[in-house]
Design a protein around this ligand. Structure first.
Ligand code: ZN
Length: 136
């Protein structure tokens, strides 16, 4: 557990609270429409495919691929002091949705698109756990 976490933290909205609660339990959950079967992220009240409000929160496999990424070479926020360069990646989950996250356990220069990754959980504070990804 980090003693002093200086980076910005998420502020869960009612529709995203189940995602953050699952992350605290080290589970990656996404919404699945009970009308059409679509999986989606980021959280929202209605299915972006069929607009149904009926959905379940399902545990994703945690496996995915790097769809795209950028390597930050410059310090934009003091919270990342000493961590530049770092990678922000768009991860395409096995279930279909894409989410932005960080890659860990790999040097930025070794990251390539389409590489297989799996989720890991970073307990950054007592209340917040961030899903991140590492090479599978
Ligand atoms: Zn739907």
């Amino acid at each position: 557990m980090a003693k002093e976490y200086t980076k910005p933290l998420p502020h869960p909205a009612p529709e995203s609270e189940p995602f953050w609660a699952a992350a605290r339990a080290h589970k990656l959950k996404i919404q699945k429409c009970t009308s059409c079967g679509n999986h989606w992220f980021p959280p929202s009240e209605h299915c972006p495919e069929c607009l149904s409000a009926d959905h379940d929160w399902i545990e994703a496999s945690g496996r995915g691929r790097v769809f795209s990424f950028v390597t930050y070479q410059r310090l934009y926020n003091k919270g990342w002091e000493g961590e530049v360069p770092y990678v922000v990646a768009l991860i395409e989950l096995e279930e279909g949705p894409r989410l932005l996250s960080n890659l860990t356990g790999i040097a930025p220069e070794d990251v390539v698109c389409d590489m297989a990754v799996k989720v890991v959980f970073d307990d950054v504070t007592d209340e917040v756990t961030l899903p991140k990804f590492t090479p599978a």
